[in-house]
Design a protein around this ligand. Structure first.
Ligand code: ADP
Length: 619
């Protein structure tokens, strides 16, 4: 077994991997960015290296610096976690070429199964059903029409390199084909350096079912059961559970067997997840995630198998430690992503200081995090700050225990989606296990999210944009006794301005700005998907994405520039699009609020921008 492992990641997953190392007697090496010098994973690691003073947020993507740190530290292997470089086959190859061992599938397997179209070809060849679609890149609207003649609309245009819910556009009819094709290519280029796209039939009400696999180089391929990740927002998972409440036992076994067969045929090793969509009793392969996933903990809860330890073992050349018949899937588990987001404000990322951090405990409760009270949660990284995993003997007990645990979760100083999770646990569709992947975006009334935030969230977060009000009204908690009985009383400081409440649903409110409109993709449509509402708290279609300070057009939120539509010297009129900013999974046209000449273009396609950054200067 290895004696020292570098963990090329941050946050909860870095700590989770280090915990497995600790139990196996392996020393751990952390890496960190400037912004993270005192972060939880750095505190946990036995030693840690700064891997990038240049642009703080990008440090975890600097493969050369990470391998260099590993070699300097005398580490023998690199665990990538998820996100960042975890699915980057070039980085895996770089590690393979160094003195270090890559804890994951080989870079060749990652290329074969990690790329969506080649994975589809592989699965097809292995006899695993795939979502009807193309395996070659598509370049024109005519090709979309031809596909539609055979399969009908809606059609998904998907970026070959897509991931994390990005790079997928849904086309409902011929008229939309051109625009959506352009948009998918643009996202592919901006996020994955690859503008190649392909088509799939868009299933309208599927369940997302995935199978956890662990395989070794001796040819043993095991499954650790399936997970149901159908509760999604804009194609991103929010709550995951196992076993799936939506499968018959026969279908469940068929899907597990198909996943094993598919990765076996590709000579895959280490941990991986084979994802499927299930609709009307049929299942279709979607993609393989060639890494540990956020929700691996759900399978661990059911089986007691430590999947990260298995990864370490397999990478060190050992066999998987369990036989398939030893895997017993007991009870029911759910994972709740504790995201620092305000669900009542279109799930906008939140930042703050954890004045209180008091996670739940008790039977059946697991917390994976890298936080402690007093930490500052900035906006540089993913908004998921912790995971709550709850296990019960059956789904009903799991739900009741989850309500209890979420109720206990004490967080002050930071808005999280805990109220949203609590809402789900009382939601008829979710508790009946009848939700499909589009339930949150298309069916759930956004007003209920606002109500949940009012009921269970910090008072200031129930409004759309609480930050400003937060400073002016001070809430204090008192414990009083009346006739010997203890009461907890929340008081708002006298004379403080009233706390604004939401009048709208999901979108809107509070965002300042002088113009702009947002375009939402299909997935975002149902949730009051605009990125801002111009301050009136309405939930109309038009959103505000920029604010002008003098002649500077600045970004109203953190995001990525998908395209720049003007150049210096160009004349523009009011309402002309200057650039397209992607933020919170939505494309926002940044438009001129007045006519003039473009004096300067301060951004380029693919740039990441922070709130307040100048995009374009008009004169
Ligand atoms: P990513 O790599 O971005 O995670 P996936 O291909 O895994 O993208 O899909 C993520 C989610 O997007 C799925 O769980 C599902 O909700 C939705 N999705 C993807 N492809 C389709 C499709 N062909 N039909 C319907 N929904 C889809």
């Amino acid at each position: 077994m290895f004696e020292k492992v570098l963990v090329a990641n941050r946050g909860e997953i870095a700590v989770r991997v280090m915990r497995a190392c600790e139990e196996l007697g392996i020393e751990t090496v952390g890496v960190y960015s400037e912004a993270d010098s005192d972060a939880g994973h750095v505190r946990y690691a036995d030693e840690a290296y700064n891997v990038g003073p240049a642009r703080a947020a990008d440090s975890y993507l600097d493969g050369a610096a990470i391998v260099d740190a590993g070699e300097r530290a005398g580490a023998e292997a690199v665990h990538p976690g998820y996100g960042f470089l975890a699915e980057n086959a070039d980085f895996a190859a770089r590690v393979e070429d160094s003195s270090l061992t890559w804890i994951g599938p080989t870079s060749d397997s990652m290329r074969l199964l990690g790329e969506k179209t080649s994975a589809r070809r592989e699965m097809d060849a292995a006899g695993v059903p795939t979502v009807p679609g193309t395996t070659d890149p598509v370049d024109s609207a005519e090709e979309i029409e031809t596909f539609a003649e055979e399969h009908g609309y809606p059609i998904a245009i998907k970026a070959e390199g897509g991931g994390g819910g990005r790079g997928m556009k849904v086309v409902e009819n011929t008229e939309e084909a051109d625009d959506q094709l352009e948009s998918a290519k643009r996202e592919g280029e901006a996020y994955f350096d690859n503008d190649s796209v392909y088509l799939e039939k868009y299933l309208e009400a599927p369940r997302h079912i995935e199978v956890q696999i662990v395989a070794d180089s001796e040819g043993n391929v095991r499954h650790v059961g399936e997970r149901d990740c159908s509760l999604q927002r804009r194609h991103q998972k929010v709550i995951e559970e196992a076993p799936s409440p939506a499968l018959s036992e026969d279908l469940r076994e068929e899907i597990r067997a198909a996943a094993r067969k598919g990765v076996d045929a590709a000579d895959y090793t280490n941990a991986g997840t084979v994802e499927f969509l299930v609709e009307e009793g049929n299942f279709y392969f979607l993609e393989v995630n060639t890494r540990i996933q956020v929700e691996h903990t759900v399978s661990e809860a059911l089986t007691g198998i430590d999947i990260v330890k298995e990864q370490l073992r397999v990478a060190a050349g050992k066999a998987v430690s369990f036989a398939q018949e030893d895997v017993s899937l007991d009870g029911h588990a759910m994972e709740f992503r504790i995201n620092a987001e305000n669900a009542a404000n279109d799930f906008a990322p939140a930042t703050g200081t954890l004045n209180t951090y008091d996670p739940p405990g008790g039977i059946g409760v697991r917390i994976d995090d890298a936080l402690r009270q007093g930490d500052i949660v900035g906006g540089d990284y993913d908004s998921m700050i912790a995971k709550l995993i709850v296990k019960g003997q059956d789904r009903d007990e799991c739900i009741a225990r989850s309500e209890r645990a979420l109720g206990e979760y004490g967080i002050e100083g930071l808005v999280t989606i805990i109220p949203f999770h609590r809402l789900m646990l009382t939601d008829e569709q979710f508790t009946a296990g009848e939700h499909t992947t589009n339930y949150l975006d298309e069916e759930l009334d956004p007003e209920r999210i606002v109500e949940a935030q009012e009921r269970w969230g910090p008072a200031e977060s129930a409004g759309q944009e609480g930050d400003d009000e937060e400073e002016e009204s001070v809430e204090r908690e008192f414990i009083v006794e009346v006739n010997g009985k203890r009461f907890e009383v929340n008081l708002e400081e006298r004379g403080a301005p009233a706390v604004e409440r939401a009048s709208g649903a999901g979108g809107g409110g509070g965002q300042s700005g002088s113009g702009g409109r947002s375009r939402s993709d299909r997935g975002g449509g149902g949730g009051g998907g605009s990125s801002g509402g111009g301050g009136e708290g309405d939930s109309g279609e038009d959103g505000t994405s920029v604010s002008a300070e003098g002649d500077q057009v600045t970004a109203d939120m953190q995001g990525t520039i998908l395209s720049v539509d003007v150049e210096a010297g160009q004349e523009v009129s009011a309402d002309d699009t200057l650039c397209v900013l992607e933020a919170m999974k939505m494309e926002n046209d940044v438009v001129a609020s007045f006519g003039g000449t473009v004096a300067e273009v301060a951004v380029a396609e693919g740039d990441s921008v922070n709130m307040g950054d100048v995009l374009v200067v008009l004169e």
